[in-house]
Write a protein that binds this ligand. Sequence first.
Ligand SMILES: [Zn+2]
Length: 71
Amino acid sequence: MAEVHEIGKARRGKCPNCGKQTEPDYRPFCSARCKTIDLGKWVTGSYRIPTDEVPEESDMEALLRDREDER
Ligand SMILES: [Zn+2]
């Protein structure tokens, strides 16, 4: 049985920000909002994202764990 390591495929279907099902338009996120929030995590300090919805700390921890598993 061939094992395929395709990160894009393996991670499809779940929004890394909130865990909801992804939308094709916003892959790998479920919405433009989550995409913006995730983007904001990496550019924090550079500029502010005009959103008052921030991910909960527990979500962030889960996300970080998730990314570590990916290595
Ligand atoms: Zn989401």
